[in-house]
Design a protein around this ligand. Structure first.
Ligand code: ADP
Length: 645
């Protein structure tokens, strides 16, 4: 600084003014100014410093302690004192600039961070004459820096702790950061993602996925649109794993991309499960299409949501294309069945009952075929119906075979009845005629011998004996006629009686349904087989079922249910019971009498024949009226020899 001399003022006064100005400057400068001797003894603190510390250089003087040491002890934070002393001593020895950050004690005892610098002033010979120092308060800055460092550390910890692979890339798409987890988990380092020429390298991606990911990345970098990609990522410690990566750009205020931030999440398990599910779904839909039956699915409102290939081929149309099943109802069902099927299905959809019906369905070539259709609802946890699943299979051949069988059986039964009746009548007429004629002739003779005068008692006795003989021979004839009913034994084979019952029920199903009777079976599981003539036992069952159905014909209202039960009977037989809810027997005693009937067109031979068939098998047949309503006819059949214990 050059001191300008005012011509009008005495030099001394001017100098005093300047000195005052200078000392004002030194004291007002917003910082602490201090001066040391070349040995480091403080010789000056400016006013601000004295005000801050609450002490001046001389105040620190203590006997036996250097002033520097006394000042250090008094105002430098104990944790910084050693470093401060050492750095200063080093500068004093070497003459190099002094610079340090430390905490300085304010007069109120509060330590504040300071940044201090000092430089030596040398004389012309280069010897240090003074040290001048400046120190200013950086406490707020230090705390701000600390807070920043803390939040940076937290952010870093967060980035490393987040269970995802985090990465960044430059606006040009060159990876520039990977979080710790990337290397911990995948073993991939930043260098692995950069080719020797500095371009992006995707060698850590499965070769089959590499091109697609490269294209997607290039597109995002070009357009700035977010990047999303799924690919298999190499792992240093094992096979590839599926990951999903997403990245979005960070832009400056002008909209220029500054950096891309990306995250990759391991979706391997998800992909594996999805793949398994897809395979399962493929298998299931293959199964649904290959199953040799018609399968379909409806919404609770009756909208078709699935019809398998078999059904589409059969109908020659894809039901899934139709919004509502009702649209095609008239086309696909036989005109005679449309109404009943529609009513039945609508009732099931309304009530949630299972659907089961036989109907004719129109094949693609226009031919109607009999089908057996069934459907059941699928319910959610709250019991609400969410879907209907249905199955219908072709029973056309079976229906025609059963019809043919029934027709033959009916014809046979008629022929048998007619034949046996004619044969029986002729036999009775022939066999009984002779003894009756002899009885009539002998009666006349007896009458004559007794009417003679005198009556010839001896001759009358002889004639009466003849009458007795002929009457006995007539009884023999009747006995022989009864014997006619006893069937000649046929070959008996071990049979499952339950199967036989089921067959007969199927066979009778249409007839009973037409007469609005429901057959209920209650068959004992694992029933041992019985040796029997299946045709004869079928005949017995058909007869008993028809009788039961006849007996329920007049019942008005109430259930028309016919129950067939099978069970073991003792240790060596099975028992079959046919139980109806009809009128019951009017005369239980007489029902086995030949020709006893209460029906207009009955023959009165059924039960008698049934009993003789059962007895010829070594079993027993009996009848009884039920306690409440209806009648029960039961019969036993002995077990096959090897089945009996
Ligand atoms: P039909 O059936 O030709 O009359 P059956 O010998 O089979 O000959 O029956 C004789 C009679 O026994 C019937 O007319 C009927 O009165 C009576 N009957 C048979 N089964 C039953 C039954 N389940 N319920 C009531 N009565 C029956």
């Amino acid at each position: 600084m050059q001191i300008k001399v005012d011509d009008h003022k005495p030099v001394e006064e001017t100098l005093r003014d300047r000195e005052w100005e200078l000392s004002q400057l030194v004291d007002l400068v917003p910082g602490h100014l201090w001066r040391l001797t070349p040995d480091g003894e403080p010789t000056f603190f400016n006013k601000r410093m004295v005000g801050f510390l609450g002490l001046d250089v001389a105040d620190a003087d203590r006997p036996g302690v250097s002033r520097l040491q006394a000042v250090i002890e008094a105002v430098i934070h104990p944790d910084d004192a050693a470093e401060f002393g050492e750095t200063l001593r080093c500068s004093l020895v070497t003459g190099k600039d002094f610079s340090i950050r430390y905490r300085l004690r304010r007069s109120d005892g509060v330590y504040r961070w300071m940044s201090s610098r000092a430089e030596p002033m040398r004389d012309q010979a280069g010897h240090i004459v003074q040290w001048y120092g400046l120190c200013h308060d950086i406490d707020d800055q230090v705390h701000a820096e600390e807070a920043l460092r803390r939040s940076e550390r937290q952010l870093q910890q967060l980035i490393d702790a987040v269970p995802a692979l985090i990465w960044c890339m430059t606006p040009e798409g060159i990876p520039c950061y990977l979080n710790k987890r990337v290397s911990d988990i995948t073993g991939i380092a930043l260098e692995d993602l950069i080719a020797p020429d500095g371009a992006r390298s995707l060698t850590v991606i499965h070769p089959d996925d590499r091109d697609a990911i490269d294209r997607a990345l290039a597109r995002s970098i070009e357009t700035g649109e977010p990047f999303v990609g799924r690919y298999r990522q190499c792992r240093s410690d094992g096979p590839h794993r599926w990951v999903e990566s997403r990245a979005e750009p960070l832009r400056d205020e002008a909209g220029n991309i500054l950096q891309w931030y990306g995250v990759s999440v391991d979706i391997h398990d998800l992909m594996t499960v999805q793949q398994t599910l897809r395979e399962r779904e493929r298998e299931l839909s293959l199964l649904v299409d290959m199953v040799p039956s018609n399968l379909w699915r409806l919404t609770p409102e009756g909208e078709t949501t699935l019809a398998n290939r078999h059904m589409a081929d059969f109908l020659g149309m894809d039901l899934e294309d139709k919004q509502q099943l009702s649209e095609v109802f008239d086309t696909i069902f036989h005109p005679d069945d449309v109404e009943t099927v529609w009513d039945g299905l609508a009732r099931c959809l309304r009530t949630g009952e299972r659907f089961s019906m036989k109907y004719r369905l129109r094949r693609a070539d226009g031919v109607y075929r009999w089908m057996s259709g069934r459907a059941a609802p699928l319910r959610d946890e709250s019991g609400r119906i969410v879907q209907w699943f249905g199955l219908c299979h072709d029973i056309d051949d079976q229906v025609h075979a059963e019809e043919a069988l029934r027709r033959t059986s009916d014809r046979l039964a008629q022929a048998t009845r007619a034949a046996s009746l004619a044969e029986l009548s002729a036999s009775i007429a022939h066999e009984v005629n002779q003894p009756l004629a002899a009885i009539v002739a002998n009666s006349h003779a007896c009458h004559r011998w007794l009417s003679a005068d005198p009556p010839n008692i001896d001759r009358a006795k002889i004639t009466a004996e003849r009458i007795t003989r002929d009457a006995n021979s007539a009884a023999d004839v009747v006995g022989r006629i009864r014997a006619l009913f006893r069937q000649t034994p046929h070959a008996r084979l071990p049979e499952d009686a339950n199967r036989l019952i089921s067959e007969v029920c199927r066979f009778m199903a249409d007839e009973t349904a037409a007469r609005r009777v429901r057959i209920k079976t209650n068959l004992e599981l694992g029933l041992p087989s019985a040796a029997l003539d299946r045709v004869q036992v079928q005949q017995v069952l058909v007869n008993l079922i028809r009788n039961g159905v006849d007996a329920m014909d007049t019942v008005v209202g109430g259930a028309r249910e016919l129950e067939i039960q099978s069970a073991r009977h003792g240790s060596d037989a099975i028992r079959i019971e046919v139980r109806d809810e009809g009128t019951g027997f009017e005369d239980v005693e007489r029902v086995f009498e030949p020709f006893f009937t209460t029906k207009q067109h009955g023959m009165g031979m059924g039960l008698a024949i049934c009993r003789s068939i059962v007895e010829s098998h070594g079993g027993r047949l009996w009848t009884a009226n039920n306690e409440t309503r209806g009648a029960t006819v039961a019969f036993t059949l002995p077990l096959e020899a090897s089945e009996a214990p």
